[in-house]
Structure formats: C-alpha cells, structure tokens
Design a protein around this ligand. Structure first.
Ligand code: PHB
Length: 395
C-alpha cells in the first residue's frame, strides 16, 4: 500500500470510528479508491500502431467486466515512451512515482523494457509486459511482480527453421534491426535452422528504426540464398516487404519471418506481402469461438482489424482480471494476486495458454501464409513452445 493510500485509509478509519463507533477495516477504504492503471507504450514513431492496438485490446478485456477490476473503478494514466530506451527509466518513474499506479502496462520495445524492468524490480510495482520480448526479463532477471503476456523474442523463430528446411531452403540470409528484439529473434532462428540442417550464409542488420534497406537488398541479390528470414515490425516491416518486392527478390528468393513482419501492415504492404510465410503465436484465421468473437467485437468497437498486438493487449487485460478478481481488487495482496496469475489459463483468441514458472506464456506457434491480406493459418509449427527461462529462480 502506498503511503498516500495509508494516510487516506487511516483517516477514513478514524472518521468511520467516530461516526459509527466501529473501527473500519483498512481494506474497505483502500478498495473504495480507484485502481490506478498506467500505460507506458509507444504512441509516436514506428511502433505507435502497436501501442494503440495493445491499449485497445486491454480496454476491451476490461470493458467486458463492466469497466471494473475486482469490483473497483479504474483510473488510467498514459505515457508515450516513443520507443526511446534513453528515456525508459524516467518514463517508468513518471507513472510509478508521480502517478502512483498500481500496475504498469508496458511496453513494446525491448530496450525501453529494460528501463521499466529496473524500476519495476526496485519498486515492486506490478508490471505486465504486453509485447517486448527481451529475454532477460523472464530469464536471469525474472521477478515475482513482472509477468509477460506476449512472447520471448526467440519463441516465434524457434519454430521457423524446421519449416524452411522442410521447404527445401538449406542456405539462408538473416536480416533485422540491430537491437535486442532482432538479435534475440536471430537466436531462435539460428538454433532451429541449424538443428534442421540449414546454413546461415550471412547476417545483415541496420539500426532501429532505419528503413533504408536498398544496400542490404543489393547484397542479398548478390548472395543468392535459397531464402531470406527476418525480424521487422510495424510500418517499417511493410516498407521492407515493398522494397523486397520492388527489387524483384520475391520472385526468386522466398521471404520468411518472425510473424510480426506481417502483423497490422497487410494493407500497407499490399501485394508485396502475398505468399510471405511466418511463424507466430496468433493467426487472423484461427477458427475458434474465442477468436471469432474477439475479431468481431474489436472491429465493431475500434473500426479497425485486430492483429497480434491487439490480442496481446486483450490477454494482458484478461490476466489482470483473473488476478484482480482473485483478490477482490486488493492488489496489495501480492501473494494471492501473483498465485492467481501464475496459475491462470488464458482463453485467448490465440488459443489457450498458460504462464511458465518464469512468467512467460507457454503457447502454440502457428505457421501462417499471407493470402488476400490475411495471415492464414496453414498449420501448427510447434505445440506448447516455452522459453527456456534460463537463470530464473521463481517457482
Ligand atoms: C521488441 O522490441 O521486443 C519488439 C518490438 C516489436 C515487435 C516484437 C518485439 O513486434
């Protein structure tokens, strides 16, 4: 309980005692406060559409509960993190110290997440990660108050290599933005592709969020690999696919990727995305009641098609609902709150998933192909994929 709330609690108890002759339990006053939820997400820059989709999905899950959490009203706070790692700590502190949020929902960019992670570990405030896949947050630096509802950066690509080799592509070039998300997505790809007998002939990269791909595409054309695999996301991913097609590479060198490549960008990429094969913990065409209902409700509410980021935001809300309901809105009851979230099975549009001991989803990874501006599921690339959680001592 924050000291501010403690003061309120005690004064309420004293007023209550004075007026009724009874001493009110502290909990009553604490719970009549609004629950403070902070969004730290990108609302500008390449990842802005991702931040918006996450917030939309999260709000949708809470709206399904009448806009309450464990019976409590909610007050929202927002900070645009600009996907800027240099401001990560300062921005997290704005929500935690200034706004005194009970839970921080954020963020998208792995570098910024490291700032949030430091503040979350020091303050003990509940942090729900709705996207950023940086390994260390649920490995060596895992924490009881930090839960990820999305993926670890190597999870999607751990299911990619086998498919590529099975499709006859034995020599590949890898291309990405050079920061944690791209580097760790490569780890998953390297592990799965080389285990299946593939050889990575070259690793290419450019700084995030640079989208000047031309020189690297020229290099790919000269290397003539059997296939290209990549990690890109947001509008920059659409530009990559358009440039790849404009250079004529899509005719001779099939493009594969971590599924973020084709999330939320299929209109912008147009025909350039046709036939691109990816692995991801979601696919638009999943034929389940939960996915159908989610897609319909999301489109009606936000006049937008949902993507994996919307699903992750929604699942973040579902997880918090489970936790908050278990403690009847008293998030200061950490032991019971964390136990409820650790034991939760989330009935997600992506399919049911559970939380690993290190607080990262254990989930199926789908094989998808872009057809008619949809990520069509063509199979399950790997069932129940868990991150190693290496070095985490929780659970
Ligand atoms: C990340 O920085 O961890 C990240 C960003 C965007 C994605 C996936 C991962 O789509």
């Amino acid at each position: 309980m924050t000291s501010r709330r403690l003061v309120l609690t005690r004064s309420a108890a004293i007023i209550g005692a004075a007026s009724s002759g009874l001493l009110l339990p502290q909990l009553v006053r604490a719970q009549s406060d609004k629950l403070r939820v902070g969004f730290m997400l990108p609302y500008t820059g390449n990842f802005a559409p991702l931040g918006v989709a996450i917030e939309n999905g999260f709000r949708m899950a809470l709206n399904e509960q009448g806009g309450k959490l464990g019976g409590r009203e909610i007050e929202f706070f927002k900070v645009d993190d600009e996907s800027n790692p240099a401001k990560g700590i300062e921005n997290a502190n704005r929500l935690i110290q200034r706004d005194k949020v009970d839970v921080l929902v954020g963020t998208v960019h792995s570098g910024v997440q490291m700032g949030i992670h430091k503040v979350a570990r020091e303050s003990g405030v509940l942090n729900l990660i709705p996207n950023a896949g940086v390994h260390i947050a649920t490995r060596a630096q895992c924490a009881p108050n930090v839960f990820r509802t999305s993926f670890s950066n190597s999870q999607p690509t751990l299911a990619l290599g086998k498919t590529m080799v099975a499709n006859g592509h034995k020599k590949a070039v890898w291309i990405t933005w050079s920061y944690a998300a791209g580097d760790e997505a490569f780890e998953g790809f390297e592990q799965s592709y080389t285990a299946a007998g593939g050889a990575i002939v070259k690793k290419l990269s450019l700084p995030f969020p640079n989208v000047e791909f031309q020189a690297l595409l020229t290099e790919i054309a000269a290397l003539k690999p059997d296939a290209v695999a990549c990690f890109f996301a947001g509008p920059g991913a659409a530009k990559f696919m358009r440039d790849y097609a404009a250079a004529g590479l899509n005719k001779s060198i099939p493009l594969y990727g971590s599924g973020f490549l084709t999330e939320g960008v299929l209109e912008a990429a147009g025909d350039a995305a046709n036939g691109v094969i990816t692995t991801m913990h979601y696919a638009d065409s999943l034929d389940t009641p939960a996915n159908k209902k989610f897609r319909l409700d999301y489109a009606k509410t936000f006049k937008l098609q949902p993507d994996v980021y919307a699903v992750q935001g929604y699942d973040t809300g579902l997880l918090l609902v489970k936790g908050a309901n278990a403690v009847k809105g008293d998030l200061s009851n950490k032991k019971a709150l964390y136990a409820a979230m650790e034991g939760a099975t989330i009935d997600s549009p992506r399919g049911k998933w559970t939380m690993s001991k290190s607080h990262n989803p254990v989930q199926d990874i789908y094989l998808r192909k872009v057809e008619n501006k949809q990520n069509k599921v063509i199979g399950i690339a790997q069932k129940a994929v868990a991150d190693s959680g290496a070095g985490c001592r929780l659970g």
